[in-house]
Write a protein that binds this ligand. Structure first.
Ligand SMILES: [Zn+2]
Ligand SMILES: [Zn+2]
Length: 127
């Protein structure tokens, strides 16, 4: 494993949530000033191929990278822009049981409010 890849891996494993390539790049640059954005992208692609991390493609912003390999969905918060993990098991089984299809992978794009923004919203309504 190259030093660059080790560093990128460490950043993703030590950071809560879902980072974009730009965010990973700025963390990496702080520790390794010579690292290039292209290097970050290349290593992220390799790590996704090797199933060390997951790439989340959303319609609402840049791709994010996720250290959590346990199957889960993502809610994009309209309030703060964060991606929030949602565990919603059984969809693959449901789809496969309904027809003759086989599901290899899927991504759901759910939009709404995260717990923090939802609580704020509710407070405003009550007042
Ligand atoms: Zn939010
Ligand atoms: Zn996630």
């Amino acid at each position: 494993m190259t030093r660059q890849r080790q560093l990128i891996y460490k950043i993703i494993m030590n950071t809560e949530g879902h980072l974009s390539a730009d965010e990973i790049f700025s963390y990496a640059k702080a520790e390794m000033p010579s690292i290039a954005l292209g290097t970050v992208y290349r290593n992220l692609r390799l790590m996704v191929e090797d199933q060390e991390i997951r790439q989340i493609i959303t319609d609402y912003g840049p791709d994010r990278y996720d250290r959590n390999m346990i199957p889960h969905e993502h809610l994009h918060c309209d309030g703060c822009g964060k991606l929030v993990d949602i565990t919603f098991g059984g969809l693959k089984e449901l789809l496969e049981n309904k027809g003759e299809i086989a599901v290899n992978d899927y991504q759901l794009n759910i939009r709404g409010l995260c717990p923090v923004c939802n609580a704020k919203q509710k407070k405003i309504r009550v007042q």
